[in-house]
Design a protein around this ligand. Structure first.
Ligand code: AZC
Length: 839
């Protein structure tokens, strides 16, 4: 048989108890068996990683029956499937999450402990797959969890980067990047499927020809062909039989292509070609840098999009389903514009490779695709220079020109004599150097366009995508983000989970609205005491960690004030710093002043090319050095920058916060999802009316949320009338003293140059209006400090915050996508017992 032709078969092996059994005894046996047979080690020489791998394989075995049965069920029933296309999936470690989904966390812990090993250390051993930058990639991961948990037929398609988001170290206060070698010790969760590899073309030129039916067709003669190899990871839903797939593509040389070189004896050239191909999926691009001119990034996009669409077509072809039904079988979601080339690629595959006519192909494309926008920053909208685009994707460019010409005709009909509109909306930016506008391509080629929070979706309609809204109002909707309570409560906060479950049962884990039942306990003093004790214990753990990693002593009873997210000027970590310095100045002016003790904790990575963001990290660390060591402070303030913020670490941080900093300038943060994770774990929020903060405040109640700052319309108004930051500096003595302390070298050993770029940006430009929002922020922080003194009252607010977070479960988001955009329904998966062949 040919290896990639499946043979008719029924499993011939009875799946034995040691591969499926869930009791402590079976788990122990399986673990020891895997240590011996898979890791190939006796216990006396096994490393921590060997133990981790043995446990991971033990768990994976227990997923497989559900995984294969899910695939078989979906294929058999010919269901419509969601294909979530994302250049990033920030999954975080799998082991703990899979144990929770399988419902055997406690059993596994007991088994490992009885074998004399440290279970938590084994969980920590897992290298997380950091295949994403931040919110966008993590959202994709939460959505996979929710789709599986809700029994939605679904598959995540992305890129198997060999190196994920860089590791961050801090040296002398500065960020230092190093490569993330997450695959170094192997990845027990993936199964490669080389038999399902596909080929992707790049470069070259196109030709016209007439096919056997006399039709004019186009053929693409590429310069290069790269092979895409799928690697599959199971995504088990929480306590259900559905296990869906994350299919990540890895690039490899298409051997056959350079056969000529091999035959002519040019062995080295042929092998070199191989390394060029494999570079394609080497590394994840850090965001925030100007994405322009990055040929490899565009190549990554077409690579994973083409692989994924071809894969979907093969799935249909294998089942004998005609491709005219593509849109009935797949709902393809574009996670931002990174996969937007799918519009042209789907057209190309349908027409050039499968002979479908333009009109039919276009109808299928629009019905299949939908697009989620994640940013309001105009500078972050992707566009590709024409030179680059035409060199790499000559055929796609032709298709885009044709789409554009029909699209512009449509606009001319609806808005006659409006040339300005035509040039604003064109898929091609012709203002100076010519660019392909990916967001426009995504809007035209999709049947649905959504933002990720109510405010963001409104601003898309009024601002960033206004012309598109006027043309196709029916395509627009809002889908407020959500996060999975399985990872961000059950797994990361077992103590709080147990307390909640002891009061209201465990239904909330699948129906987060049930958390409302906690409101009944707000007036129960015992409950409040338990709630507080848990928070304190978690803070104590974080304090121990901080001591180990940063060598700083922090007081667990102090207010833990945390800002953890990517470092960006619009997120305003430096506004948080201005507050710290304000408190420091108060102490320096009067060492006996009353200050509510606070620990300021920061975590987050800056894009390696983003100078200002890196300088903000240096500033945080420099302020920390001064404040943490000044005897006048008497340990009332501590500033800690925790390096290498990632999912694993985030899980430790969210539960430990008293106060969550969500202080972006109104109108800039599309949604935020960290804001939700903090609140769920009983943190209060200080925030602006930005992104999903608005909805969080609506849910928890204005009286339970610390609001400050300008609103979006006020921001627009202030900018329109001419914003002058210097005026705020001059007229506010406390603010002036803060800026002056930085500018005069108060945190740089007298060096007045080091932070000058930051200081002068604030004084003379201040695009993100820190100085305008400063006083409002400080006043609000003073209210926070005052409120924290009344611990009983604070605890009530903390409980209410958790209790009212039901809306922000990603299950709710996914239900909305299913109903309004994907038209996909849950499918129950029934586990059948395997039978032996012939019985
Ligand atoms: C982020 C947005 O900044 C954030 O507000 C939102 O919550 C999140 O997407 C999920 O929708 N955007 C990104 O992370 N963007 C990139 C390119 O990483």
């Amino acid at each position: 048989t040919v290896p990639n032709q499946p043979i008719e078969c029924v499993p011939t092996v009875v799946v034995e108890d040691d591969r499926t059994g869930l009791s402590v005894e079976t788990l122990k046996r399986a673990f020891q068996d895997n240590l011996f047979y898979i890791q190939g080690k006796f216990a006396n020489i096994a490393t921590q990683n060997d133990y981790y791998m043995a446990l991971a394989y033990t768990v994976r075995d227990r997923l497989l029956r559900r995984w294969l049965t899910t695939a078989e069920t979906h294929t058999h029933q010919g269901v419509r499937t969601v294909a979530y296309l994302s250049a990033e999936f920030l999954m975080g470690p799998h082991l703990g999450n899979n144990l929770i989904s399988l419902g055997i966390y406690d059993e596994a812990k007991q088994a490992i402990t009885e074998l004399g090993l440290d279970f938590d250390a084994l969980l920590q051993q897992e290298e997380e797959p950091g295949l994403g930058n931040g919110g966008l990639g993590r959202l994709a991961a939460c959505y996979l969890d929710s789709m599986a948990s809700l029994d939605i037929p679904s598959i995540g398609y992305g890129i198997r980067y060999e190196f994920g988001i860089f590791d961050q170290d801090i040296r002398d206060g500065w960020q230092i990047e190093s490569t993330d070698k997450w695959l170094r010790y192997g990845n027990p969760w993936e199964i490669s499927r080389p038999e399902w590899a596909v080929e992707v073309k790049l470069g070259g030129h196109t030709e016209r020809y007439t096919d056997e039916n006399g039709r004019n067709r186009t053929r693409w003669i590429p310069h290069e062909v790269v092979m895409g190899i799928p690697y599959d990871t199971p995504i088990l839903g929480y306590k259900t039989n559905t296990a869906t797939t994350l299919r990540l593509w890895s690039a490899a040389a298409a051997e056959s292509f350079d056969f000529a070189a091999f035959n002519s004896g040019d062995y080295f050239r042929a092998v070199q070609q191989k390394t060029v191909s494999e570079t394609l999926t080497k590394v994840l691009y850090p965001n925030d840098e100007s994405a322009q001119g990055k040929k490899l990034r565009l190549a990554q996009q077409i690579f994973f999009v083409s692989c994924s669409l071809q894969d979907m077509m093969l799935i249909l072809i294998r089942q004998g389903i005609p491709l005219e039904q593509f849109h009935e079988k797949f709902a393809v979601q574009l996670n931002d514009t990174h996969p937007a080339i799918a519009v042209a690629e789907l057209m190309r595959l349908l027409m050039d490779e499968h002979g479908i006519e333009w009109d039919t192909a276009w109808r299928i494309t629009q019905k299949t695709l939908s697009y989620t926008n994640h940013t309001l920053l105009p500078e972050a909208l992707e566009r590709w220079g024409m030179g680059l685009f035409s060199t790499l994707l000559p055929r796609h460019l032709e298709i885009i020109y044709e789409i554009n010409s029909q699209f512009l005709d449509d606009i001319r009909r609806k808005f006659p004599n409006d040339d300005a509109r035509l040039s604003r909306m064109s898929l091609i930016d012709e203002a100076g150097e010519r660019y392909v506008r990916m967001a426009h391509l995504a809007c035209v080629g999709s049947h649905a366009i959504n933002g990720v929070a109510a405010l963001h979706s409104e601003l898309l309609k009024q601002d960033v995508l206004r012309d598109f809204y006027e043309l196709y109002p029916e395509k627009f909707s809002n889908k407020t983000n959500g996060v999975t309570p399985r990872r961000f409560m059950v797994l990361s906060n077992p103590r709080l989970t147990n307390l909640i479950t002891s009061k209201i049962g465990d239904g909330w884990i699948k129906h987060l609205d049930d958390l409302r039942k906690l409101e009944a306990f707000v007036e129960d003093a015992d409950f409040r005491q338990q709630w507080r004790d848990i928070k304190l214990a978690i803070k104590q753990d974080l304090a121990t960690y901080i001591k180990q990693v940063n060598g700083i002593d922090v007081d667990p009873t102090s207010l833990f004030d945390i800002q953890a997210k990517r470092i960006h000027e619009y997120k305003r970590q430096h506004l948080d710093v201005l507050h710290i310095i304000t408190l420091y100045n108060r102490i320096k002016a009067n060492p006996d002043v009353h200050i509510t003790p606070r620990t300021f904790i920061f975590g987050g990575k800056a894009a390696p090319g983003y100078f200002m963001a890196k300088l903000i990290i240096k500033l945080i660390n420099s302020v920390g050095d001064v404040v943490n060591n000044d005897p006048d402070v008497r340990d009332r303030l501590k500033v800690v920058f925790l390096k290498d913020y990632n999912v694993k670490f985030a899980q430790r941080v969210y539960p430990a916060a008293d106060l969550s900093e969500q202080i972006s300038l109104a109108g800039k943060e599309a949604s935020g999802t960290g804001n939700m994770k903090f609140s769920m774990n009983g943190s209060l929020t200080i925030g602006t009316l930005d992104g999903a903060n608005v909805e969080i405040r609506d849910e928890v109640g204005a009286e339970n949320f610390f609001l400050f700052g300008l609103t979006t319309p006020e921001v627009y108004e202030l900018k329109a009338k001419g914003y002058n930051p210097y005026h705020y500096y001059e007229s506010n003595p406390a603010l002036k003293a803060v800026i002056d302390r930085i500018a005069s070298g108060g945190f740089s050993n007298g060096d007045t140059n080091l932070f000058n770029p930051l200081v002068s940006t604030l004084l003379y430009k201040d695009d993100y209006l820190l100085l305008a929002d400063y006083q409002s922020y400080i006043d609000c922080q003073d209210r926070v400090s005052q409120t924290y003194l009344d611990q009983e009252y604070w605890t009530r607010l903390s409980i209410l915050n958790s209790a009212r977070m039901g809306k922000f479960s990603s299950d709710r988001s996914i239900r909305e996508y299913c109903e309004d955009i994907w038209y996909v329904k849950p499918v129950a998966v029934e586990l059948k017992e395997y039978v032996q062949a012939g019985t």
